[in-house]
Each structure stands twice: as structure tokens, then as C-alpha cells.
Design a protein around this ligand. Structure first.
Ligand code: SAM
Length: 166
């Protein structure tokens, strides 16, 4: 599952890399972004993967999905955008709820931005206390070479990849 699938660029790539996978892309598709469910469905059809992706309009704050439904959950630059839940740690926990025990997660977000996510160390501790069995954290800039402009804290300077297993 991809939380905050936007215009579905990531989920389409995943569907192509894993040709036997069945995926779900969820998004709020509110007014802040010019994305829509119809656009996602059209893109998936053009890319020939529409039979393996379900799109669901829902908030990341309250996923209308059962506990442990997914083997893998990913999310890119979405938790910071969720306005209907002030406490972003709770939004991350909601994403982990739908992941099956021992399932894998990869979340990219501005986790170093204290104003949004609070102290990063406390966030990691909270997730560990919540029961996450494996948790890794690295700066996006350590994984890919970002142009100087994007290293600005207002762009991707605060971007961290949190990954691990539930
Ligand atoms: C910065 S865009 C990222 C889109 C996509 N993940 C990507 O990397 O291209 C943020 C996305 O979060 C979605 N979003 C904002 N609030 C949301 C919420 N409460 N629940 C689900 N999605 C939300 C927006 O509609 C938008 O598609």
C-alpha cells in the first residue's frame, strides 16, 4: 500500500517492478494538490497496471482498512501534509496498524522537522515502544545526491527515510 499516492507515480513503478503484486493507493485528494483518483486510474491504465492497483479515497489519519492487511506499506512526503491529525506520530502508528506483523515499511518524510514531527529521537523511541521490531533511519541526502537547492531545510533538507519491520 502507498499512503498519499498523489498522482500514482510511485505505485505504478512498484507495480512494474513487482509484476505479481497487488497494490492499494490511498489519498485524500483534497484541494491542496491537483491530483485525483480519476487521474490515478487513467495513469494506471496507460501504464498497463490498472488490474493490479486499487485506489481508495481516505485520510491517512483514519484508514478504512483492517489491522495487518498489507505486507508492505510505503509513503512519500504525505504524513507531514495530514491536517486532520495534529499528532503525526499517531498518523505513522495508523500506517503501521494496517501492516501485518513482520511486514516491511518504508516512509520518506520531513521527519527532521521538529515543528511537524517533534524531536526525531523521541519519534523513534515512540515507534520502538509501540512495538516496531526493526527501525532504521537515514537522511535522504545520504542515499541520493540532492542538488544544493533541494538540500535547503524548507525543501528536502529535513527529509529522512524511516524503514523497518512492524
Ligand atoms: C507532497 S504530495 C506527495 C504525493 C506522492 N506521495 C509523491 O511523492 O509524489 C502529498 C500527498 O498527500 C496527500 N494527502 C494530504 N493529506 C492527506 C491525508 N489526510 N490523507 C491522505 N493523503 C493526504 C495529498 O493529496 C498529496 O497527494
Amino acid at each position: 500500500m502507498d499512503i498519499g499516492t498523489g498522482s500514482d507515480s510511485l505505485i505504478i513503478k512498484l507495480a512494474k517492478i513487482f509484476p505479481k503484486s497487488f497494490l492499494t493507493g490511498i489519498d485524500y485528494w483534497g484541494g491542496d494538490w491537483e491530483y485525483s483518483k480519476a487521474q490515478c486510474q487513467r495513469n494506471a491504465e496507460i501504464e498497463g497496471v490498472s488490474d493490479r492497483i486499487d485506489f481508495l479515497k481516505a485520510s491517512a489519519a483514519e484508514l478504512p482498512l483492517n489491522d495487518g492487511e498489507f505486507e508492505i506499506v510505503v509513503s512519500c512526503l504525505t504524513f507531514d501534509e495530514v491536517k486532520d491529525r495534529k499528532n503525526k506520530t499517531e498518523v505513522i502508528k495508523e500506517a503501521l496498524r494496517v501492516l501485518k506483523p513482520d511486514g516491511v515499511f518504508v516512509f520518506l518524510d520531513l521527519f527532521k522537522d521538529e515543528k511537524i514531527f517533534g524531536d526525531e529521537k523521541e519519534l523513534l523511541i515512540a515507534l520502538k515502544v509501540h512495538g516496531v521490531s526493526e527501525l532504521n533511519s537515514c537522511k535522504l541526502a545520504e542515499v541520493i545526491k540532492l542538488p544544493k537547492l533541494l538540500l535547503n531545510k524548507k525543501v528536502l533538507g529535513n527529509a529522512i527515510i524511516l524503514s523497518g519491520r512492524r
